[in-house]
Design a protein around this ligand. Structure first.
Ligand code: SAM
Length: 289
């Protein structure tokens, strides 16, 4: 049975190429069992008895919803509330206090979660701001959360989480304050939900709908890309980030050896990145006129 449901090497190569073409994600060659696990329900729902039949069908059809479903199922969307804790500590203790000083005249902040999955990361930021920075209630604070996957975005917009998801990383007091239990699922309050602006953005496509950003969360997504794509995306981040802005990456990710523009800043156990302040070549030296 296991054998007939399995994915052979040419089929897995096809899936790798399909996923790479649409998301730039590089699937590990040794993860065929995961692909089987995630594609099986899609194959069944589409009326195929074997995953091999689904793949044979996909190979010979133009891009369709079924291709998108397969791609979305093969890309990891693991996430949790306040994931890794430390970035949120830095946000609370350093980054937001510094930005509040720097932007006190314009009273505006743009924050972007660049691969937001089911929304927990963006909602964690919204709750943190609501809890600790009441002053920002009178500012224009835009929290944009994006992902290439329409499937995760639809869930993120709903803001409804199961028992397992709600237990991961969310302190009890915040659960009690900002969620209510509805049919065994936890629904985030509208007050927080409406603070996040969800948009569909594929990181390897245009970011032109975005404003300049003060804080970028680009966490746990670079690890799935090849080196050239990481470098390309970090160049785009440099352009999108305000010169004194802040970048957060996942705990296993770095800009080191990828992009020279970023400086690593450590605060206790938290790490974030800022743009190096390079003197402009065109700057006129004092007294040279
Ligand atoms: C592992 S999750 C990380 C979620 C969250 N940032 C965190 O750290 O918990 C990776 C997310 O990246 C998204 N993703 C993968 N490739 C992408 C691309 N090319 N453009 C936008 N999002 C992408 C996936 O859909 C997935 O939701």
């Amino acid at each position: 049975m296991r054998q007939t449901m399995g994915i052979n090497t040419p089929d897995f190569d096809y899936l790798r190429q399909l996923v790479h073409q649409h998301s730039a994600v590089v699937l590990d060659g040794d993860k065929t069992y995961l692909a089987e696990l995630h594609l099986q329900p899609i194959a069944e729902a589409a009326g195929f008895t074997k995953i091999g039949d689904l793949i044979a069908y996909l190979r010979h059809q133009p891009l369709s919803d079924l291709h998108i479903q397969a791609i979305e199922a093969l890309v990891t969307n693991e996430t949790s509330f306040f994931r890794d804790t430390y970035p949120f500590e830095a946000l609370k203790q350093v980054v937001l206090p510094e930005l509040i000083k720097k932007r006190r005249i314009e009273r505006s902040l743009n924050i972007w979660c660049a691969a937001c999955s089911n929304g927990q990361e963006a909602y964690s930021i919204a709750m943190l701001i609501r809890e600790y920075f009441p002053l920002l209630a009178n500012w224009s604070v835009q929290i944009i959360a994006s992902d290439f996957s329409g499937k995760v975005l639809a869930r993120a917009k709903e803001g409804r989480y199961n028992q397992l998801e709600i237990k991961r990383g969310l302190p009890k007091n915040l659960r009690e304050k900002y969620f209510k239990l509805l049919n065994n699922e936890w629904q985030i309050q509208d007050e927080i939900r409406q603070k996040v602006d969800f948009r569909q953005i594929n990181l390897v496509h245009s970011w032109s709908i975005l404003p300049s950003i003060d804080i970028i969360f680009l966490r746990n997504v670079l690890i799935y890309f090849d080196i050239a794509t990481k470098k390309y995306l970090l160049t785009k981040v440099r352009q999108q980030l305000r010169p004194d802005g802040y970048l957060f990456l996942g705990s296993g990710e770095t800009t080191l050896n990828l992009h020279e523009s970023f400086e690593r800043v450590q605060f206790n156990k938290s790490i974030f990145y800022q743009l190096r302040q390079v003197p402009s070549d065109n700057a006129i030296a004092p007294g040279s006129e």
